[in-house]
Design a protein around this ligand. Structure first.
Ligand SMILES: Nc1ncnc2c1ncn2[C@@H]1O[C@H](COP(=O)(O)OP(=O)(O)O)[C@@H](O)[C@H]1O
Ligand SMILES: [Mg+2]
Length: 298
């Protein structure tokens, strides 16, 4: 008669989320705050019924990618749950994004600028070392943890680097901002899905996006391809395609002698083969961190 109390279900992890407490929303997902086994978490709820099996394949990829990754600067996937309508990714709860920090809506703690960039680069380098390409690196996809550690998140567009076929076409429709896309991807817009996939599995596209993100982070809102001002969904992608770059703009720029100037210039190089590699980025940042440290102890 007490069978219910001892049913195995009781001992299984339980997830609850608060529909009123939305942390963010995207194209086919909503992120809520919730609890998992009594612990505070974020719950990314993804709609299953986008009509096509293609979405299912893409969703499976987000989950599979995250299950394969374990790094302090990559958002942790704690658990996955399903029901008829939704898939739920149970994630480590964060308190903001780089986009929130840049626009001033996040006012909490942050690592130093250099340390923040070292963290983002380390996370991305790890993702690449595990043979994944993220493909959607942008300020809204870098989260700030409760202990102020930066975490790369949102693997909804990620792919394995060895993918050679176009077997995972992108969901159609707008997914968000295009101002962090590399020129080689922008050039394929309007081309076939297979052509897009080929371009977007090269890890150098993430380096381009990270370079733009760094500039946005350091200048609090600027963009290398925004003529020295704020990015814009129409002009910025056109400038990226034309290679029209202004890093030393008066309002939202960096002086030419800034330690990150040449680095960001190299990361946002138009030709993928000439673009800086993450190793060089990390070496540059570590050298600067060391220089600052020695200066402070003198
Ligand atoms: N773990 C988390 N903790 C706190 N906020 C989050 C978390 N994950 C996502 N968010 C918020 O929700 C937004 C959308 O989540 P994201 O995974 O990027 O979904 P989408 O694929 O729809 O872009 C993020 O930009 C962020 O503001
Ligand atoms: Mg996102």
């Amino acid at each position: 008669m007490f069978a219910n109390f001892f049913s195995p279900k009781r001992s299984q992890p339980t997830m609850k989320y608060d529909k009123e407490n939305v942390l963010g929303r995207g194209f086919s997902a909503q992120v809520f705050s919730g609890t998992f086994n009594g612990k505070q978490v974020a719950v990314k709820r993804i709609e299953k019924s986008m009509g096509m099996n293609l979405d299912e394949a893409a969703q499976k990829l987000e989950e599979d990618t995250m299950k394969n990754l374990d790094h302090p600067n990559v958002l942790k996937l704690l658990h996955v749950q399903d029901d008829d309508d939704f898939k739920y990714l149970i994630l480590e709860l964060c308190i903001g994004t780089i986009a929130n920090y840049v626009d001033g809506t996040y006012k909490g703690g942050m690592p130093s600028e250099i340390d923040g960039m070292i963290q983002m680069t380390s996370g991305l380098q790890y993702i690449h070392s595990r043979h994944f390409v993220h493909r959607d690196i942008k300020p809204a996809n870098v989260l700030i943890s409760s202990t102020f550690v930066l975490k790369i998140s949102d693997f909804g567009l990620s792919r394995t680097v060895t993918t050679t076929s176009g077997s995972f076409p992108m969901t159609s429709g707008p997914k968000g901002t295009r101002v962090y896309y590399s020129p080689e991807f922008l050039f394929t817009e309007g081309k076939t899905k297979e052509e897009k996939e080929q371009i977007r599995v090269n890890v150098s596209i993430d380096v381009f996006s990270l370079g733009c993100l760094f500039f946005n982070y350091l200048t609090k809102g600027g963009h290398p391809f925004a003529n020295g001002g704020f990015p814009n969904e129409i002009f910025t992608p056109a400038n990226i395609q034309r290679g029209e770059k202004v890093l030393d703009g008066e309002k939202r720029g960096l002086p030419k002698n800034h330690y990150a100037y040449a680095m960001i210039d190299g990361m946002t190089e138009k030709v993928p083969d000439y673009r800086w590699k993450l190793e060089k980025v990390l070496a540059t940042l570590n050298a600067e961190a060391k220089r600052v440290q020695t200066e402070q102890t003198q």
